[in-house]
Design a protein around this ligand. Sequence first.
Ligand SMILES: *Cc1c(COP(=O)(O)O)cnc(C)c1O
Length: 360
Amino acid sequence: MALSPNILKHIRKVEPYVPGEQPQNRVVKLNTNENPYPPAPGVAEVLQSLDTDQFRLYPDPTAEVLVSALAENYGVSKEQVFVGVGSDDVLAMCFLTFFQSEMPILFPDITYSFYKVWANLYRIPYECPKLDDNFRIQKEDYYRSNGGIIFPNPNAPTAIYESLEFIEDILLHNQDVVVIVDEAYIDFAGEGKSALSLLGRYDNLLVVQTFSKARSMAGMRIGYAIGNPLLIRYLNDVKYSFNSYTMNQVSLACGVKALQDKEYFRHTVDTIMETREWAKAEFAKLGFHFTDASANFLFVTHPNYDANELFQVLKENDIYVRHWNSDRIAQYLRVTVGTREEMKHLFTFLKEYTLKGTGK
Ligand SMILES: *Cc1c(COP(=O)(O)O)cnc(C)c1O
């Protein structure tokens, strides 16, 4: 059996995004930036009280309950909120909706690797200005004419946060295109760091966030965008042209509940930030170098140990972290901040390994 060359010629061929591994055995899992703590306790209660008879019906296509809860939580209007199946779905819809110019869109050379995948999938031209040697975005690189801009803040996998003045500067130089700030990790940068506070002054700004990291709900797939009501309307038009019923009933109910428990949210985020700062000191003691991380992960390198080798050895010992074989970051590992116990396990291993002195 073989497909005709004509069929093959007319198939869309893309290089897919490669997600981090999801091992099924019990390991110390520090490879996909999940939250080590469970979702807010109310979420479990919602699941226990679900009326499964409702599953006969399609969910609300407008996701009204969740849109309202998000609008209230962030002090914006419902017309400013769009929700989707994780921020990956939201971002894919944004690429399809807002990046329709002939000009290349811009995003950093080292960043969330999904951007390139969507650009290729939708045949959007793109250029990738280089981060500097300290892995910082050079804002002047974004002053040229372009078809739109997207970057995460804090950036991934560098974990570096750029200030609101920095974001505002990019917005000021790019009033004719949509600028998307992907804030998947913003809560770990501390309070008052989100570009949401700039929305009142910049109609071309779209802020995208997710329940996957700070809200411990990667498995429920909830993401959202907040911005100008007209941008949100165009985004919804595209979404309804693609799939009206993206948000299932269970995710909607759990999402609303998770938002209500602000105390639990603050507590788990603070705990992860504390563990991160402690982990920086531990990495330093072992001779690692790292960026000034403001996310729930660290981006580390060791002058005496090859990162790929370390990655393999850790994996053989059931400690999973993330490593990319791409040029500029091949000597780095991205390590998710887990519980204090998980991190201790990691450091105990690294201490023994580095004591053996089998470095390069
Ligand atoms: C994790 C992540 C996302 C996607 O998260 P979802 O689980 O799809 O909400 C988006 N952008 C960045 C930079 C991420 O790290």
